[in-house]
Design a protein around this ligand. Structure first.
Ligand code: SF4
Ligand code: SF4
Length: 602
């Protein structure tokens, strides 16, 4: 194998599993260490730089970082990354002085942003410090977009949305609430230099089965949640069926319980492992006594005398055919009594306000054709992001779209090539404080993950707005932070200093090091004492060692970043170094114009 190029920022980035898994590349271990030190404001600002809305995301992020967390490979349960983010949000101090300066003299460019959700506000957040004038048009009377209308208040209190969105508005965005845009054609005639569309995927899928038109007790989930959020609906039937298996279904069933339903069933046509809802969305619903009925495929709404009385389902058995494809077989036919059905089978894009003769192309699913790097549509200067760009995703992806679109908008306005973007950079700084002393807590702890405390069951249904999760108490998060393995503190190896004494190999508690003759990757992976079988994780191969020409191998998969190799090494060939990924934002692109930094043609 060729020696590993650890100067490529992506090499160590990948070792920081949570940061690699996060679409916005949040420096998770750095903020966890700040929380450990009681530096909540610093922890918040590290989050804010990349994910912009730590208080919101600390409650409702889809948290792709957690399944990626190294703790999952070492034991089972990931670090509670998401809920630690909430700790930073809840306990931070005043951040006003830490926000970027907004120039009083504007740069003369005006941007129209349609939709007041997370992608849109991220664009505003990134462009305001560059002197742009930003107009945000939101059809609702409040900001937040789908997180305001579709996420129940018992999971995300409105004050949290207000606080984090207001930070950006108070930096000078012109907010136009109750201001729907009815015509893209007209908007394009207005004097803006660029346009960003962040209107989400606001249309819930229909389930047009027999009986659909015969009752007014059948609702589309996301519209129903919006009506509940804006207090247009405050009751529901006693026997409620939720059709669907995603997170919207979980929000609908828990909301139904709070509106007075006695029995709520989530009906899903497949098996549990195919449900889209995350465990952390499903489990609270089950705890609250929602029934989950798997393998039930809806066939008909049963309506008698204009009244919904049940729903007919085929009960399915699933197996694989000879090609390995999942196939279903009907094994029964049942009618489940109900007086309300809520459809939560997905949502899609909807652009009734975009005329189809203006040159903006859509694909066969009515999703606009958007460049995956620049986020520009087929009309120059019109950018999309969030769910509006590629269909429903999640909040953290919407934020990343916003960052990338802001870079493109700036380059578009400056007449620069939008594909000529700054590369990621990195810093690597030693964590050594003394011979056996590091600037991070390198002890390996065996504590189990701490579950976030919640409001007792007999209290939580008293008011639909009671936030169920209470957040970590100090004693709890102080233990949870210790579970983080500091994957950003990297093992940095200087081959020229190695005397091949094997001390590091002897002391490594997970046997992930080896000195051996260089070879093909397959063979090297087998040579390590604990074979490096996880092909998704890289193998580090050093330069040839000076004494024998052999190489140092390290399996990145299982290293727990304990630093013992560096402590034991008599020549300091190993060091533990804090890796910081430098993620370029619009402000960095603007500043780089003067400094001539390296650009990457994408
Ligand atoms: S152990 Fe800590 S640094 Fe490593 S992946 Fe998990 S949260 Fe991130
Ligand atoms: S830091 Fe060094 S000793 Fe500790 S697990 Fe990683 S390679 Fe082994």
């Amino acid at each position: 194998m060729q020696p590993t190029n650890t100067k490529d920022p992506q090499y160590f980035h990948k070792v920081v599993d949570c940061q690699w898994g996060c679409p916005a590349h949040t420096d998770v271990p750095a903020y966890i260490r700040h929380i450990a030190q009681g530096e909540f404001t610093e922890a918040y600002m590290i989050n804010r730089e990349s994910n912009v809305f730590p208080g919101i995301l600390g409650r409702v992020c889809d948290r792709p970082c957690e399944p990626a967390c190294r703790r999952v490979r070492v034991e089972e349960e990931p670090v509670a990354i998401c809920r630690l983010k909430r700790v930073a949000g809840d306990l931070k101090g005043d951040i006003q002085q830490l926000l970027p300066n907004i120039p009083k003299k504007k740069n003369g460019k005006k941007i129209a942003i349609v939709g007041g959700g997370c992608a849109s506000l991220t664009v505003a957040n990134d462009l305001l410090p560059l002197g742009y004038e930003v107009d945000i048009f939101e059809s609702l009377p409040v900001m937040g977009g789908l997180i305001r209308s579709n996420i129940p208040k018992f999971r995300l209190p409105p004050e949290v949305i207000d606080e984090e969105f207001n930070i950006i508005v108070e930096q000078g965005a012109n907010l136009h609430l109750n201001h729907p845009i009815d015509s893209m054609k007209e908007l394009l005639t207005e004097s803006y230099d660029a346009f960003f569309i962040g209107t989400g995927a606001p249309k819930g899928r229909e389930l047009d089965l027999p009986g659909r038109k015969d009752s007014n007790q059948i609702h589309i989930g996301i519209s129903w949640l919006e009506s509940v959020a804006f207090e247009h609906i405050d009751t529901v039937g006693k026997k409620v069926l939720i059709i669907g298996g995603g997170n919207t279904a979980m929000d609908c069933c828990r909301t139904s319980l709070r509106l007075g339903a006695d029995n709520v069933k989530v009906m899903y046509r497949g098996t549990r492992d195919r449900m889209k809802s995350s465990d952390w969305e499903l489990e609270p619903a089950l705890e609250e006594d929602v029934d989950l009925m798997l393998n039930h495929s809806p066939d008909e709404y049963v309506v008698e005398n204009g009244k919904l009385v049940g729903m007919r389902f085929s009960v399915l058995d699933w197996s694989k055919d000879e090609k390995g494809k999942l196939v279903s077989q009907k094994i029964d036919d049942v009618v489940i009594p109900c007086d309300t059905v809520i459809l939560a089978i997905g949502q899609e894009n909807s652009f009734p306000w975009v005329e189809r003769d203006i040159g903006l192309e859509f694909d066969q699913w009515e999703v606009p054709v958007v460049d995956p790097v620049t986020y520009e549509s087929t009309i120059k200067g019109v950018f999309f992001g969030g769910d509006a760009a590629f269909g429903p995703k999640n909040i953290i992806e919407a934020v990343e779209h916003g960052h990338q679109a802001a870079i493109s908008i700036h380059k578009y306005c400056e007449n620069e090539a939008m594909t000529d973007r700054l590369e990621y950079g990195m810093n690597l700084v030693t964590a050594k404080m003394g011979i056996h002393e590091w600037s991070y807590s390198n002890d390996y702890g065996y504590e189990n993950r701490f579950e976030v405390p919640t409001v007792p069951m007999n209290e939580r249904f008293k008011d639909i707005n009671i936030e169920v999760e209470l957040g970590f108490e100090p004693g709890q998060f102080q233990q949870e932070v210790e579970r983080c393995l500091n994957c950003d503190i990297q093992t940095d190896f200087a081959a020229n200093l190695c005397i091949e004494c094997d001390a590091c190999i002897d002391i490594c508690p997970v046997n992930c090091l080896m000195i051996t003759e260089n070879d093909e990757e397959d063979n090297l992976r087998k040579k390590i004492k604990t074979p490096a079988n996880n092909l998704e994780q890289d193998l580090f191969v050093s330069e040839d060692l000076p004494q024998t020409g052999r190489v140092m191998l390290k399996d990145e998969d299982v290293c727990i970043h304990c630093g013992l190799c560096a402590e034991r090494c008599p020549t300091a060939a190993w060091d533990m170094k804090k890796f910081t990924l430098k993620v370029p934002y619009a402000l960095d692109e603007a500043n780089s114009n003067n400094k001539n930094e390296t650009k990457k043609a994408v």
